[in-house]
Design a protein around this ligand. Structure first.
Ligand SMILES: Nc1ncnc2c1ncn2[C@@H]1O[C@H](COP(=O)(O)OP(=O)(O)O)[C@@H](O)[C@H]1O
Ligand SMILES: CC(=O)N[C@@H](CCC(=O)OP(=O)(O)O)C(=O)O
Length: 301
């Protein structure tokens, strides 16, 4: 496509999406932008444009970002080993410091910059700022394969949000700013906790009573065993897909987050491909939507 065709295609997408988006004026969309999805600069630019468009039509976007691959690259550069348990990075003190540096320092400010270039005003913060998220250490157990006894697993400074104070988000939003949140939280014990970005986004979506939780990743959505996109799922469907092994890896915590969010105050969650131009807008006006829509009850899009 030449430049003119690209501009025309973009304009058509925006014009078609507008009437659908206006229905959500005054509501909150929590958008989680995953580390895998933010690889390409073009995609990041378009993501920022979409976020600014949402704000321009009166929706309150709240961006939560990941950065797993970028933390991994920095740990490798610094010679710190890293491993995951159930999709969570085991986080010692050195890893927590590096995760905070990469997430709050580098990626957060990069996103704030992209939103500024797209014409928006973003406020970068982490769960620590304004008391947004209080985290508690994640407790996990694992069955010892020999004795069959459940043993406690120490994941270090991996946290989960146990208290969300949305006032800093509400103040920022009311001032015309777009909050951009890094998945780091402070514990009541004074420690810094590394929080899975999907979990962080889900906790904010529930606390804010969001109309949508968008999880932008590097696949079209939830796929069935033959690789076809599943467009609509309920918590009961997800339990079946998990039991029969259709979903695995990072998709398990992602869908757990979606189920928790739609059962606790968020209208619907969508898992979609963040690398597709204007994925969030396409979700609203294409017949099938974009990605997989998760609702507490099956009642269409
Ligand atoms: N049924 C499934 N449908 C789609 N993706 C799946 C499924 N089961 C496992 N996955 C994996 O989940 C990944 C998305 O999770 P993750 O890598 O944690 O994403 P992100 O880094 O964007 O949070 C996909 O890239 C895919 O490899
Ligand atoms: C505890 C834990 O695993 N934290 C994640 C935080 C970043 C993240 O979740 O980023 P993505 O969404 O890009 O995977 C980590 O250290 O990788």
């Amino acid at each position: 496509m030449n430049d003119m065709d690209t501009i025309r295609a973009k304009a058509e997408t925006l014009i078609e999406a507008l009437p659908y988006l206006r229905r959500y004026a005054g509501r909150t969309f929590v958008v989680k932008y995953g580390g895998h999805a933010m690889g390409e600069e073009r995609a990041a630019r378009e993501f920022a444009e979409d976020v600014v468009l949402l704000k321009a039509v009166g929706i309150n976007p709240v961006v939560v970002h990941g950065g797993g691959p970028q933390i991994g690259a920095m740990l490798a550069k610094l010679g710190v080993e890293s491993r995951f348990v159930d999709g969570l990075r085991v986080t010692d003190k050195a890893t927590a410091d590096i995760a905070e540096m990469v997430l709050s320092g580098a990626i957060n400010k990069q996103l704030v910059g992209w939103i500024a270039r797209a014409g928006g005003r973003a406020l970068g913060l982490s769960g620590k700022d304004g008391g947004l998220v209080t985290a508690t250490k994640v407790e996990r157990t694992q069955k010892d394969p020999e004795s069959n006894i459940e043993r406690a697993l120490d994941l270090g400074f991996v946290g989960e949000p146990t208290h969300v104070d949305t006032s800093v988000i509400e103040t920022a939003t009311a001032a015309g700013l777009i909050p951009v949140v890094a998945p780091i939280g402070a514990g009541e014990d004074g420690h810094t906790y590394n929080i899975n970005a999907d979990t962080m986004a889900g906790a904010l979506a529930s606390a804010l009573g969001a109309a949508r939780l968008f999880l932008l990743t590097d696949v079209a959505g939830v796929l069935d065993k033959s690789g076809e996109l599943l467009t609509d799922l309920t918590p009961a469907d997800i339990a079946e897909l998990r039991a029969d092994g259709t979903i695995g890896g990072g998709m398990i915590p992602k869908l757990e987050t979606c189920v928790h969010a739609v059962e606790n105050g968020c209208d619907a969650a969508v898992v979609l491909d963040g690398r597709v131009p204007h994925a969030m807008l396409l979700e609203f006006f294409t017949e099938q939507g974009a990605g997989t829509l998760i609702r507490a009850e099956e009642d269409g899009r």
